[in-house]
Design a protein around this ligand. Structure first.
Ligand code: NAD
Length: 471
């Protein structure tokens, strides 16, 4: 519902047509949402875990029922292809189910007895939290934050990205229908500088779970410093896919292509740097180019489409600027680089080969269907290149020599590493990055470490001497 801030427009990346006006949240709207979250917190936090579990499962049921509608909405709003978004909506339901089952045990702690004291640790929800999400796969990413927060007993104010604001509204409707009490989940659409900033500065918001660019993370840290916010950051990446000469090259090829061109390459875990061993590089590049040239760019709702339009013109301009930068810096444009059609923000999947590690296209996050390939001679050179960026989110290692895989992974600076695999998520495992790619981990119990405070209560057993001052 529009407040005093009026509205902003969300437009289709396919043809720039208007999809819908969206309420433009202001600092006053954030304040109202934070007050609602604060009022609803005591009752939600005190609710038995079993009841929270039932409500979260109901939310998952309703997401499954409305998965097609959610996916359609996301395809229009983000430009991402149906083949991926139809699965992403269901991942949202899985996130709710997984954390629903953990709700009853979220408070569990330890008993740590000594001779004189019985220590009991418990966990309590931290309070109302802010969730700020980006425009790529918005529904799935917001459930990844909101589900554990609700399971922990926190109340939430969600500020979705301004470029894909629509599906958050569907989640709010679903939560309402599932019986989530009023004030437990509050949605404020708007821009980063307005609503986003106000959320990070609000004194009643105890923590901020943020997914977005690394430089926005720095801003949020500054903005939240006055109120000593706890922060959890999932930020950018320039993730390496390292292919050794002894790898299963057919599987490595499939995974390398999938990990940069699926979801338009607009995914934090995309493998945007290919590090390929010299001895196999020419052959691997030839196979890569042949496959890339067959990738179907098209309307996101066409089930054959593999790459849809980029989210908006500014992002399209950024990606095409990197094509010019790559050429100017002397890398070889081996595939793509060109716009498709003259309406919407479609671009051919792009590959630069023979890049050197310090080129901008080998260092900076492009966040599009844009792959930079770099050659290496041996393991130590591969490691130096792989670690030679500011980011450290994921790494993909391809080799059939498991001792090499172990040695290499141990030294690879990344929060998550897959050996001989594309990115396959298992929800109990920790998700997050090192260096400029993030702070904190999600997944399993790690999520509760963020949304909850750990508290120790120490019961004296009456057997120790207390110092008697003034006696
Ligand atoms: P962004 O940082 O521009 O925006 C993300 C969100 O932050 C939006 O909701 C925006 O409105 C808000 N925001 C912007 N400025 C703010 C401020 N000063 N205070 C508070 N909120 C503010 O990111 P984006 O362009 O929407 O998303 C792309 C980025 O997200 C990429 O860098 C990508 O790697 C990253 N990402 C990371 C992960 C991960 O898990 N590590 C997942 C998805 C996306």
């Amino acid at each position: 519902m529009p407040g005093k801030g009026g509205t902003f427009e969300t437009r289709s990346p396919v043809d720039e047509s208007l999809i819908a006006p969206v309420a433009l949240g202001t600092a006053a709207d954030i304040d109202a949402a934070a007050q609602a979250a604060k009022s609803a917190f005591p009752a939600w936090a005190a609710m038995a875990g079993d009841r929270r579990k039932a409500i979260l499962h109901k939310i998952a049921d309703l997401i499954e029922e409305r998965a097609t509608e959610i996916a359609l909405c996301e395809c229009w709003d983000t430009g991402q292809a149906w083949r991926f978004m139809s699965k992403a909506a269901l991942r949202g339901a899985e996130n709710f189910r997984y954390f629903a089952d953990l709700a009853p045990s979220a408070r569990d702690g330890k008993s740590l007895p000594t001779r004189t004291h019985w220590n009991v640790t418990t966990r309590v929800p931290i309070g109302p939290v802010g969730v700020i999400t980006p425009w790529n796969t918005p529904f799935m990413l917001s459930t990844w934050k909101i589900a554990p927060a609700l399971a922990a007993g926190c109340t939430v104010v969600h500020k979705p990205a301004e470029f894909s604001p629509l599906s958050a509204r569907l989640l709010a409707e679903i939560c309402h229908e599932a019986g989530l009490p009023p004030g437990v989940l509050n949605l404020v659409n708007g821009f980063g500088e307005g609503a986003g900033r106000a959320l990070t500065e609000h004194p009643d918001i105890k923590a901020i779970a943020f997914v977005g660019e690394s430089r926005t993370g720095s801003m949020i840290m500054r903005q939240g410093s006055e109120t000593l916010k706890r922060v959890h950051f999932e930020l950018g990446g320039k993730n390496p896919c390292i292919v050794f000469e002894d790898a299963d090259l057919d599987r490595a090829l499939d995974a390398a292509i999938f990990m940069i061109y699926s979801l338009n390459g607009e995914r934090c875990t995309s493998a945007s740097r290919l590090l390929v061993q010299d001895s196999i590089a020419d052959n691997f590049h030839d196979m890569l180019v042949m496959r890339i040239n067959r990738i179907k760019v098209g309307h996101p709702l066409d089930p054959r489409t593999e790459i849809g339009p980029l989210i908006h013109q500014t992002h399209f301009d950024k990606v095409t600027d990197y094509v010019a930068i790559g050429k100017a810096d002397g890398a070889t444009l081996a595939a793509g680089g060109a716009r498709v059609g003259d309406a919407g923000w479609f671009i051919r999947p792009t590959l630069f080969t023979d890049a050197t590690p310090n080129m901008r296209i080998a260092q900076e996050e492009v966040f599009g269907p844009f792959l930079t390939s770099i050659r290496f001679k041996d393991d130590s050179e591969a490691l130096e290149i792989a670690n030679g960026v500011v980011y450290g989110l994921t790494g993909y290692v391809w080799t059939n020599d498991m001792s090499r895989a172990l040695r290499f992974s141990e030294k690879l600076e990344a929060g998550m590493i897959w050996v001989n695999s594309e990115n396959v998520r298992h929800l109990p495992t920790p998700f997050g990055g090192v260096k400029a790619s993030g702070i904190g981990r999600d997944g399993g119990d790690w999520s509760f470490d963020f949304y909850m405070e750990t508290k120790n209560t120490s019961f004296a057993l009456g057997q120790h001497n207390i110092q008697r001052l003034g006696a």
